[in-house]
Each structure stands twice: as C-alpha cells, then as structure tokens.
Design a protein around this ligand. Structure first.
Ligand code: ADP
Ligand code: MG
Length: 260
C-alpha cells in the first residue's frame, strides 16, 4: 500500500481535482484506490454528491474515542476500483476540541495501518491549513504531491509547503519525497511560463517538467466522479493528469528502490 498526501497550504490550487484525477487514473490502471477527504470544506465529498446535512460518517469518526474502524467509513464511487471516505464540515472544530488530547497526530496513520491489506493506493485530499489534519496526512504519507498554480503568487505557498515537508521529514525520521505538480497552467500568459521556469530553477527534479493546463471540462464534476469507459480520458486536462501520474509512479518506484 502506498499513501500519497495531496497538499498545499493554499486553497484553489487544484488539490481536490488532482486527488480525483490521479485516483481515477490509478483505478483505471487496475489498482484498488481509496480517496480520503480531509478538508472540512468537503469538496471531494460534495463532488461525489454526498449530502452533508445530516453529516455522513467520515474522517471525524477516526478521531473519536474509541476511533471508528476505517472499513465502516468507506463508500463505493461507482467507478470500478475507486472508493472514498467523506469529510464532515465539523472537522473544522476538531483542532479546538482536541487541543489537549495527546497522540492525535497519528490517528490517521494508525487507522490506515490497520487497513493496509485492502487498498493499493490511498490518496489524502488535504485542507489548505497547517493543522492537525494536515499533520496527520503528512505523518502517514509515503509521498507528498504538491499541486501548485503556475502563477507568481503561488510561489509563496509552495515555499511554505516545502518548509513544512522538511520539518515533518526531520521529526518522523523517514523520507517524505515530494512531487510538485504545476496546475491551472495558461500557456498564453507570460506570468505562467515564467513562474513555471522559476519553479523548475528552485526545486529542480521535484517539479514535473510539464504542467496541467486550464481545461474547463475538468471543472464539471461528472468528468471526475462518474464512471467512464476504463482508461478513457477526455480532454487536455485529464490527459495531462495521466502523464503526471506516470511521472509520479516512476518517481515512487525509484524512491522505493533506493529505500530497499
Ligand atoms: P483546491 O482543492 O486546491 O482548493 P480545486 O481542485 O477545488 O482546488 O480547484 C479549484 C477550482 O479550480 C475548482 O473550481 C476546480 O474545478 C478548478 N480547476 C482545478 N483544476 C483545473 C484545471 N486544470 N482547469 C480548469 N479548472 C480547474
Ligand atoms: Mg480542495
């Protein structure tokens, strides 16, 4: 089982879209994939059409005492091989309510470890804030995928996320390889092209050499949450995500080889 955290301390950079697109891609390759919505905004949960009132069972239940078993929280997406766990909006208050409880930073990792046999890939759609949920995700992850908008202001978010990753790596004493995925790229603007170049200069091989283009077809939730023919990728955006997935898989294979 491989766990990828999809994170950036900035909102609107394509984290949820990336989680769905990569998850779909992995499932189309025949893997058993689980997506976990860790964002109180519940975008991924909403994308699957789950009503939030009354709140569904989900991630919050992993933080209760005693914690729920992950297997009781899974939902089937209708796409073969792809299931998911919902986020509840009450996750937003988790931080405050659990301030004095020790050990909660590993709640997710513990749940995933107990569940290891059932999935090949688990993708964690992170919230845009550095808090308990993000810490849980980074503690559990084998890889950090940072979607980052190819525009100048996004470079700050990327620097912040990169520092956070370094900090986590030091404290957990296990490498956390990073894959930076330029998203929402508009080839026609100079700012986009220049930002891409700057990212590559600063972060080298950690940055994908290509970028996910702006593609309005990706915004339509059906594109990502409805079953299609296996391996079917309509549009530029999704075909770029398929190439991005190949790159991440190759990086992952290399990292595992080095660790062995
Ligand atoms: P985050 O999870 O980082 O907040 P989202 O994945 O929700 O970001 O994306 C933010 C918005 O941008 C959403 O409305 C989404 O549909 C849209 N979006 C994401 N990627 C693309 C893309 N490649 N082309 C066009 N729109 C996109
Ligand atoms: Mg999101």
């Amino acid at each position: 089982m491989r766990i990828w955290a999809i994170a950036n301390q900035k909102g609107g950079v394509g984290k949820t879209t990336t989680t769905l697109a990569l998850g779909r891609g992995l499932a189309a390759l025949g893997h058993r994939v689980l997506l976990i919505d860790l964002d109180p905004h519940s975008s991924l949960t909403r994308a699957f059409g789950v009503p939030l009132d009354p709140p569904p069972k989900g991630v919050l239940d992993l933080f209760s005492t005693p914690p729920a078993d992950l297997s009781g929280l899974l939902r089937e997406s209708g796409i073969p091989g792809l299931s998911y766990v919902c986020a509840q909006t009450a996750l937003a208050t988790l931080e405050r309510r659990s301030a004095n409880q020790p050990g909660l930073g590993l709640a997710l990792q513990n749940a995933l470890t107990r569940h290891a046999r059932h999935h090949d890939y688990i993708l964690l759609d992170c919230p845009p804030t550095l808090g308990l949920l993000m810490i849980n995700a980074l503690a559990a992850a084998d890889r950090l995928v940072i979607p980052t908008q190819a525009e100048p202001l996004a470079l700050h978010g990327l620097a912040g996320m990169s520092r956070t990753a370094d900090m986590v790596e030091r404290s957990r004493r296990r490498p956390l390889p990073v894959s930076i995925l330029p998203t929402l790229f508009d080839r026609r603007t100079r700012a986009g092209t220049e930002t891409l170049k700057q990212m590559q200069d600063s972060y080298g091989e950690r940055v994908w050499e290509d970028a996910i283009p702006v593609d309005t077809r990706i915004c339509a939730v059906e594109t990502l949450t409805q079953p299609g023919a296996p391996g079917e990728y309509p549009g530029r955006g999704l075909s770029a995500y398929r190439r991005a997935l190949e790159w991440i898989l190759a990086e992952d294979a290399q990292a595992m080889e080095q660790a062995a």
